[in-house]
Design a protein around this ligand. Structure first.
Ligand code: CP
Length: 342
C-alpha cells in the first residue's frame, strides 16, 4: 500500500508487508509515547476527530497519538452535536471538515458510512469503527499486542486463538479475523451463541486461506489449548431491542477459576474494551485484574503507538520524526516502561 495520503478504511487494504512496516514505525514511537522524548513533526497539522458513537479509548488515543506527534486535535462527539442532526449529508460534512483538517478519524453507527464520507473528503480518513462492520486500527493494535505478548518477532504462524462473545456484531473480531488471514496456519475457535455467530463470509474467508475454524457455544470447550483468548462484550447497541440483548448478556464469563481450570498456563487474555462490568454481564471478571497474562491495558497502551504510526505514515512523516526531537522537561512516571502495580 502507498500509505501517504491513503484512507484507512478496512483491513482488506493491508498486505503482510504493510503490517510489518506499520509495526516497525509503531516500535519507533515508543520513546515518545512514554514521554522519554517529544517530537514536533506534525506541528501545525490538524486532526478532526469525528465520533458519532460513544468511545473512550479510540477517540482519546487517536487524539493523544496526534498530540504526541506535535499536532492539534479538533473534536466532534455525538450526532446531536453536529449539523448531521439538522439533515446535513455525509458528503457535505466531509467537504466542510476536510477543508479544516489535514486528516480525519471518524466513527459512525452505520456500516459503510466512513467509506462514503471518505469518498467526499479532500484529506485522508481513518475508520475508527463503522457500525458492526470494521475497526481496522483496533485489529492492528490487537495483532501488535499478540506478537508482543507471545514474544513473536516476525510474522505469526500457528496461533491458536479463541474469540468469544458477540461475534455477529463485534467489528473488532471481524477486522482481527481478516487481519490474521494474512498469516499461516491459524486455528480459530469461535465461541458464541448460534444467533451471534461470526458472519459466514468471514468464516468462509478464514477457511479459504487455509486456516482451521471450529465453532462452538461452549466457552469452556473453546478455551482448550488456545494461546490467546479474545473476549468481547454483547454489543447491545446493535440489537433491535434491549430484551433481545438481555437473552445473551452474561452467557460467557471468564474468571480466575475458569481460567485455571480450562486455559493452559500463560494464555493471553485480551478484550478490545470496554468490558461490561455490570453484574448481569461481567464477561471478564475483575478477579483476573492482577493476572500477568491479562493484556487488556497493554492493548490500550499499544493503541497509542499503532495510531501514531498510522498518522506518521498517512501524512508521510515516518522518516522525519527523529529530526524534530526534543527532551521532555516535565516529570513523567514513564508508565510504559515501569507500569505501577494495579
Ligand atoms: N475498543 C474500542 O473501540 O473502545 P472505545 O469504544 O472506548 O473506543
Amino acid at each position: 500500500m502507498q500509505f501517504t495520503g491513503a484512507h484507512i478504511l478496512s483491513i482488506d487494504q493491508f498486505s503482510q508487508d504493510d503490517v510489518e512496516h506499520l509495526f516497525q514505525v509503531a516500535d519507533a514511537m515508543e520513546p515518545f509515547a512514554r514521554r522519554a522524548l517529544r517530537t514536533r513533526v506534525l506541528d501545525g497539522a490538524i486532526l478532526s476527530n469525528l465520533f458519532f458513537e460513544p468511545s473512550t479509548r479510540t477517540r482519546v488515543s487517536f487524539g493523544c497519538a496526534f498530540n504526541l506527534l506535535g499536532g492539534h486535535v479538533r473534536e466532534t462527539t455525538e450526532i446531536k452535536a453536529s449539523s448531521i442532526s439538522k439533515g446535513e449529508s455525509l458528503y457535505d460534512t466531509a467537504r466542510v471538515i476536510s477543508g479544516y483538517s489535514d486528516i480525519i478519524a471518524m466513527r459512525h453507527p452505520v456500516a459503510g458510512s466512513v467509506e462514503e464520507f471518505a469518498r467526499a473528503s479532500r484529506v485522508p480518513v481513518i475508520n475508527a469503527g463503522d457500525g458492526p462492520a470494521e475497526h481496522p486500527s483496533q485489529a492492528l493494535l490487537d495483532l501488535y499486542t499478540i506478537r508482543k505478548e507471545l514474544r513473536i518477532d516476525g510474522p505469526l504462524e500457528k496461533l491458536r486463538i479463541a474469540m468469544v462473545g458477540d461475534l455477529k456484531h463485534g467489528r473488532t473480531v471481524h477486522s482481527l479475523g481478516k487481519l490474521l488471514c494474512l498469516y499461516r496456519n491459524i486455528h480459530f475457535t469461535l465461541v458464541s451463541p448460534r444467533e451471534l455467530a461470526m458472519p459466514a463470509y468471514i468464516v468462509d474467508l478464514l477457511r479459504s486461506k487455509g486456516h482451521t475454524v471450529s465453532e462452538t457455544d461452549s466457552m469452556e470447550a473453546g478455551l482448550h489449548n488456545c494461546d490467546t483468548v479474545y473476549l468481547t462484550r454483547i454489543q447491545e447497541e446493535r440489537f433491535v431491542n434491549q430484551a433481545e440483548a438481555d437473552l445473551y448478556r452474561g452467557r460467557f464469563r471468564l474468571n480466575q477459576a475458569i481460567y485455571t481450570q480450562h486455559c493452559k498456563p500463560n494464555t493471553v487474555i485480551m478484550h478490545p474494551l470496554p468490558r461490561d462490568s455490570r453484574a448481569e454481564a461481567n464477561e471478564l471478571d475483575n478477579d483476573l485484574n492482577q493476572h500477568p497474562s491479562l493484556a487488556i491495558f497493554r492493548q490500550t497502551d499499544n493503541g497509542v503507538l499503532v495510531r501514531m504510526a498510522l498518522f506518521a505514515l498517512t501524512l508521510g512523516v515516518a522518516d522525519q520524526v527523529a529530526r524534530h526531537v526534543e527532551e521532555v522537561p516535565w516529570y513523567t512516571a514513564k508508565r510504559f516502561r515501569n507500569p505501577p502495580p494495579l
